[in-house]
Design a protein around this ligand. Structure first.
Ligand SMILES: [Zn+2]
Length: 91
């Protein structure tokens, strides 16, 4: 993830600005605000823009611990987000 400007991240990973935009650091509610999640430090974590915008879109969103485990499994396999040319992330 990056904060501030994506340029260094973009160069380090040889990706386009559009692709790098998905990895911007955001503040994510573990329990969504729409589901009653509080704006408190205990309910807010750092998450990339992709995770923040996509996790709650699933039919049955994973609980925070399950989502974290999913991310770790994919990172261990060296394939978190597979980026396509037109940047339709596949997870
Ligand atoms: Zn993420």
């Amino acid at each position: 993830m990056w904060a501030g400007t994506p340029k260094k991240f973009q160069i380090a990973h040889s990706i386009s600005k559009r692709q790098a935009d998905w990895f911007q650091c955001t503040a994510e509610h573990l329990m969504a605000a729409a589901e009653g999640g509080a704006d408190s430090p205990a309910n807010i974590v750092a998450a990339c823009k992709f995770c923040n915008s996509m996790r709650h879109r699933a039919k049955r969103p994973l609980a925070p611990d399950s989502y974290k485990a999913k991310v770790r499994r994919r990172l261990d396999l060296g394939r978190w987000l597979r980026l396509t040319k037109n940047m339709s992330p596949e997870v």
